[in-house]
Design a protein around this ligand. Structure first.
Ligand code: ASP
Ligand code: MG
Length: 418
């Protein structure tokens, strides 16, 4: 069997869903199809959530807009008076009812309860449409099968129980094609969780691992993985194949191609991942696999924007690398702040993190009892894998470099945004 993943851009309108159907028609193997929320639905639901939490009545209008977007796709695909419209209406009613009657809990918890609906609606519509073409399609509610802990917005998968459930629910003796949600899961107690923004790739990889898939195909609006963002370097080239390690390093450094958590479950079972274009499905795209080589070694450029550089110094001028180090990183972990780069000297440590201002300020406040801690905002982290002298000049010329780190294969800079 194979796992296919379709992101929001591939299903932003009715023609996207028709295109998806064509792609499925060309595949004769058993399939699990992981679908994200349509287009920009997740962002729109984040706005609904914010307005609702702030007690603003406009949350209703915002939700109406999301509804009308879905309704127009349903009308386009199924026409007037369809059962699908009833299903979607019913699901929107559940959310409206929730927003009307529930007592507002913590942000992360409410986020998952509200924002997860995007994936429910998209998968209902996609599976119902596929059913009009193929007789052996089923919809699967992943919230009951991909179990996680209750770390809302960044939930951790409970592997052994989930594997049992996933193996029994995706039963290819019953159906050949299953459509399910990316990005979301559920706790044992039945609360909805999410795996982090853009997490549908990760869901695809988890299911592939559990089901021992032959491969994962992620269908995107680009021809494959490029050696740079074409908005940054217009003559970026497509890479035919890259290794798991290369892919992990690239996504960790900020390349937007694949969610960073995606590679581990695939690597562990040696399952290749293909990144292919839903706009030109005849093209081969890029494959990420164990024994890949960059055919010609080309520099790979990655930019991570919206960074903050935190500088931490023990107040008593003691060395930073001893006990202080574990105390500092313990703080980062408890505040849920991911570390992108670390640079240490005798009595100070610099840490580059994503600009999640609220979390960072709480962290700094915490550290201030033992350390002096300050931050620089508006930073960018630039990485070149397989760098050349020309590549170095290309990205650093005219930039203020605050940190530079170099190994044989990789160079990394923290620079001020221009
Ligand atoms: N819909 C979710 C998001 O936009 C998950 C995903 O697209 O992977 O973050
Ligand atoms: Mg999305």
């Amino acid at each position: 069997m194979k796992v296919y993943k379709f992101g929001g851009a591939s299903v932003k309108d009715a023609s996207g869903i028709k295109n998806l159907t064509k792609i499925i028609a060309a595949e004769s193997d058993n399939l699990v199809i992981v679908v994200s929320a349509f287009g920009k639905t997740t962002n729109a639901l984040e706005k609904v959530l914010k307005a609702w939490l702030n007690g603003e009545a406009k949350y209703n209008d915002l939700l109406d807009e999301v509804y009308l977007g879905h309704l127009s796709i349903v009308m386009d695909l199924f026409g007037q008076g369809s059962e699908v419209k009833e299903k979607i209406d019913g699901s929107f009613a559940l959310l409206r009812d929730y927003l009307l009657t529930s007592i507002k809990g913590k942000y992360d918890f409410e986020y998952d309860q509200v924002v997860s609906y995007g994936e429910i609606w998209s998968t209902i519509i996609v599976s119902e449409y596929l059913k009009t073409y193929f007789h052996d399609v089923d919809w699967c509610d992943i919230r009951e099968n991909l179990l996680t802990d209750d770390r809302y917005r960044d939930a951790n998968v409970l592997w052994s129980e989930s594997t049992k459930r996933v193996l029994s629910i995706f039963d290819f003796k019953k159906k050949r094609i299953y459509v399910t949600q990316g990005f979301i899961g559920g706790t044992v107690a039945g609360q909805t969780t999410t795996l982090g923004r853009e997490g549908s790739d990760y869901t695809a990889a988890i299911l592939a691992n559990m089901l021992d898939a032959e491969c994962v195909v992620v269908w995107k609006d680009v021809s494959g993985i490029l050696n740079a963002d074409p908005k940054w370097f217009p003559d970026a080239q497509k890479l035919d194949e890259i290794s798991y390690k290369e892919a992990v390093e690239m996504s960790f450094s900020g390349a937007k191609v694949i969610h960073p958590k995606t590679i581990k479950p695939l690597h562990n079972k040696n399952i290749p991942l293909y990144v292919r274009s839903f706009l030109s499905p005849e093209e081969k795209g890029t494959v990420i696999k164990a024994d890949a080589t960059l055919r010609e070694i080309v520099p790979v450029f990655i930019k991570k924007v919206d960074q903050i550089l935190i500088s931490i110094l023990p107040k008593d001028f003691s060395f930073v690398m001893g006990d202080n180090l574990s105390m500092i990183f313990h703080s980062f972990i408890t505040h849920g702040i991911k570390v992108n780069l670390v640079e240490a000297s005798a009595v100070s440590i610099d840490v580059c993190v994503d600009d999640e201002r609220e979390k960072v300020e709480v962290l700094i406040n915490d550290l201030k009892t033992e350390f002096s801690a300050v931050y620089n905002e508006k930073m960018e982290m630039l990485t070149i894998r397989h760098y050349t002298p020309e590549a170095l000049i290309l990205i650093t010329e005219g930039r203020e470099i605050l940190i530079e780190q170099r190994t044989r294969s990789t160079v990394r800079f923290v620079v001020r945004k221009v």
